[in-house]
Design a protein around this ligand. Structure first.
Ligand SMILES: NC(=O)C1=CN([C@@H]2O[C@H](COP(=O)(O)OP(=O)(O)OC[C@H]3O[C@@H](n4cnc5c(N)ncnc54)[C@H](O)[C@@H]3O)[C@@H](O)[C@H]2O)C=CC1
Ligand SMILES: C[C@H](CCCC(C)(C)O)[C@H]1CC[C@H]2[C@@H]3[C@H](O)CC4=CC(=O)CC[C@]4(C)[C@H]3CC[C@]12C
Length: 403
């Protein structure tokens, strides 16, 4: 198992919004040392990568991972609706980092960012299961945004596209059927009603169907989709919310779903590593990997959502009250429905978006775990971070969030 270096500091980054018809304008980072970069000077640095959604929770880890683990990187374009301040502190070594503020729903902005890129990792999206955004907005960003990325690849001759999909493309379904230690071939009735899983399923289909399309220059586009289960780790907003809630409730949280319901969870560093590896290997193994889906997995234990969170919140002083749910199931269903009603009633006045709603309750109550080795077999993926290391890093981050 790898022991990744701490995040690098230093260097500077030129940021700027692209003019619609211009190609990417970029700034050369100061060459202030190699930092964490794994770049081997003997290897030619020729590749241009684009990461959409590169300033999000997962995106930040992917950007850092690419800088450390892709020695052929010449330029890294980070495309996001909101650029983060940490971009300015990146130590990119000899790699040029170009920050692009842009919107995936705007085809011309996507085109300008893709032009000249060899590989695109597309993870920009609206991750919303709490009713913050309308279903139309979710569709526009997640589906039409993905369509724009594909069309831009075709137009500019970009051959390799890795899409961040989700376990939600499969389930849990609206009937609450368990998916127990399933793999990519396990039969499951995938029925979606919520806008988020619907959008991820549609976008994933677009990406997989685009595999083999002829891009500018006559060569085929090679695509694959990675399906993380619930990601955790440094930067995970929902974990932070639970921690704050626990502190507000006197360092306690109350068990609301049975401990027997298991959830697949995966460490953000391993999801990032899997993206980098998939992107690197697509070229060499296009026949095998093109058009394929892969669950993201590692050695994190199977537990209920609440028990899993306690692996990190427990050492930070929060305890989980109850070996069984402290609230009867019917009452929880009622509260979730009440929250949905309140959200609807209050919408003209304010945004009411609590963690509990009928959809999140259904998710929390349904077992969904994966057990697969497909990524290992197809492109040699092994988790970079052990469970112990993932846990240690996450605890340290939770402790620091309230510090
Ligand atoms: N967080 C999780 O547990 C899981 C996430 N995923 C997927 O991973 C990807 C990344 O998710 P997270 O990092 O968790 O979410 P995030 O919300 O932290 O990151 C998404 C990024 O996309 C950007 N973005 C949103 N709309 C955009 C637009 N119109 N144009 C350009 N950029 C835009 C956001 O500014 C943000 O930086 C998403 O595609 C999500 O569906 C999949 C499975 C699990
Ligand atoms: C917020 C839920 C837990 C709270 C339940 C309550 C209020 C009863 O205590 C989370 C339970 C399962 C989570 C989802 C799951 O990990 C899969 C996901 C995949 C994605 O692609 C995006 C995130 C998410 C939908 C994740 C969101 C939070 C939960 C619903």
């Amino acid at each position: 198992m790898g022991q990744e270096e701490e995040q690098a500091e230093g260097g500077r980054c030129v940021t700027g919004r692209l003019a619609p018809s211009r190609q990417v304008s970029s700034g050369q980072l100061g060459h202030t040392g190699t930092g964490c970069s794994m770049a081997d000077p003997a290897q030619t640095q020729e590749l241009v990568y684009l990461v959409t959604g590169g300033c999000g929770f997962l995106g930040e880890h992917v950007v850092q991972m690419l800088l450390r683990r892709e020695p052929r990187l010449r330029e890294l374009r980070v495309f996001d609706l909101h650029l983060s301040p940490w971009l300015e502190k990146l130590d990119a070594g000899p790699v040029r980092v170009t920050a692009i503020q842009g919107d995936v729903t705007q085809a011309h902005e996507v085109e300008a960012a893709v032009a000249g890129a060899h590989v695109v990792i597309h993870m920009a999206g609206l991750v919303d299961v709490f009713g913050r955004a309308s279903s139309e907005t979710i569709h526009m960003v997640n589906v039409e945004g993905t369509r724009n990325v594909i069309e831009a690849c075709v137009r500019w001759g970009t051959r390799f596209l890795v899409y961040t999909s989700s376990m939600e493309v499969v389930g849990p379904n609206t009937k609450g059927h368990p998916f127990y230690r399933g793999n990519e071939d396990t039969p499951y009735e995938a029925v979606h009603a919520h806008p988020y899983p619907c959008s991820k399923a549609l976008a994933e289909r677009l990406v997989l169907e685009a595999n083999g399309r002829e891009v500018r220059g006559g060569l085929p586009l090679v695509t694959c989709a990675l399906r993380p289960t619930g990601i955790y780790g440094e930067g995970h907003q929902i974990m932070r919310d639970f921690y704050r809630q626990g502190l507000r409730l006197g360092s306690r949280l109350f068990r609301v779903v049975p401990a027997s319901v298991e959830h697949g969870r995966v460490y953000v560093g391993n999801v990032a590593w899997m993206h980098v590896l998939a992107a690197q290997e697509l070229e060499r193994r296009e026949g095998l990997m093109g058009g394929q889906v892969y669950f993201c997995y590692d050695s994190s234990p199977y537990k209920s959502y609440e028990d899993f969170n306690m692996e990190f919140l427990g050492p930070c002083g929060v305890r989980l009250v109850g070996t069984r749910p402290v609230v009867p199931s019917w009452l929880l269903v009622l509260l979730a429905a009440l929250n949905a009603l309140l959200q609807w009633l209050l919408r003209p006045l304010l945004l009411y978006a609590p963690l509990l709603n009928p959809y999140t309750l259904a998710m929390a109550k349904t077992t969904f775990t994966v057990s697969t080795t497909k990524a290992q077999q197809h492109f040699g993926y092994e988790p970079l971070f052990s469970w112990e290391e993932s846990r240690r890093r996450t605890i340290r981050w939770v402790q620091a969030t309230e510090g």
